[in-house]
Design a protein around this ligand. Sequence first.
Ligand code: ZN
Length: 502
Amino acid sequence: MTNDTTPEAPLAELRRRWAEITDIEAAMSLLGWDQETNMPPGGAAARGDVAATLAGIHHARMTDPALRDALEAAADVDGAEAEVRAAQRAVDQSVKIPAELAQALARQQSQALVSWQKARAADDFSLFRDDLAEIVRLTCEQADALAAGTDRSRYDALLDLYEPDAREADLAVLFDGLVAELAPLVQAVADSGVTVDESPAHGEFPQEAQLAFGRLVAGRMGFDFDAGRIDRAAHPFCSTITRGDVRLTWRWEDDDFRPALFGIMHEAGHGLYEQGLPADAARTPIGAAVSLGVHESQSRLWENLVGRSDAFWRWALPEFATTFDVTAPGHDALVRAVNVVRPSLIRVEADEVTYNLHIAARFGIERALVAGDVSVDDVPALWDDTYSELLGIRPTSAADGVLQDIHWSMGAIGYFPTYTIGNLLASQLFEAATDTAGGLDGAFATGDFTALRDWLRTNVHAQGRRLLPGDLIEAATGAPLGTDAFMRHVRGITADVYGVAA
Ligand code: ZN
């Protein structure tokens, strides 16, 4: 320690330690990105060792008693409340979970990932059953360790890992409201007899042209390619090394431009958040994104509220025709083709109207599992029954049903609700931004997204972790998270495309 005696001095030690922790995370992140994009298969085993070593070093730094001392000393510094709170949360999570449990979870996750892949390929839940049961057992143990000494339920404790301070009971109210409104709306769409012609979305779309179009749109959104890049991968994702080095991935289909374009807009929305984090708080506890739900609101906002809008396509359609060297389809026909509503079995292919029903199904099943109300053996039948009830379709295979998502194999129970938080918040933020700017459509129609991006930058990105997610949402939109803005948005879609707004 120095003999600096200014009131901020105790903060310096916390920041010094946090900068190192952030750097270790950056190295882990870069290795993870490389594994998904460039690493030859022969590197897998050794890379696993490297990742485990770094994770061990990271855990040791997070649980170092000297870090706790630094936190304690910083607690009295004026104006450091948010920084101390954000660091304390992360430290508590590391300290509360015993090292043996963390190791057991990590081992079980690698094993369950393998058995999940086998089970999905063989369409046979029984191959995953034992590993899932063990994941649930260990995750409950982890939740109990995290919830000890708090008023949180087990499920609250798991939610809190992804969405700080979120509560199971509050989410249950949101999901009940959504299901009550969405189920009849989906039925009304089915009863409308309208079939959307999707041919404007089909054609021959060469890979290079799809990437060029995606890059054009991401650039207009404000994604800075001097502080980011985009590469091919099996799955689209956004990986942050630092705020000046944000990496997106993409995939494409030759005969349908939608997966590539909307995938890139989605990931670029995540990327804008990361590039917009407060520069003056880099490598500090508040220099990071606040929650997964808020993160997902950024991706869904650009993908859906912008990318599927009438105004966006006023600008994008001529660019589309030029990039792909085709005669542009009619504007209205194209907008309909990117707003198809159709109940489906697969979450990642779901449209905006049905998507949250997929999440409601998982939320209900997870809560029952964690509460011990159902056993792992009940899950496949419960899954199929829930789909019948919520979406009106029944999975015909485990691969397209209970085995479709990777999350549970990775121990990510309590993660799914962040997708719905993101969907709801995207609409709520978009309405707030539109109100402030006095309308955004005119600018969108000329390819100008500056007003929206600047609003998000000020109200969301540059906030980092200064506020808890619930407080950030209220500060940005003037209201707690709700379903109203989202329902107005999806009713707009069903009214325009299917002539129904039940
Ligand atoms: Zn996302």
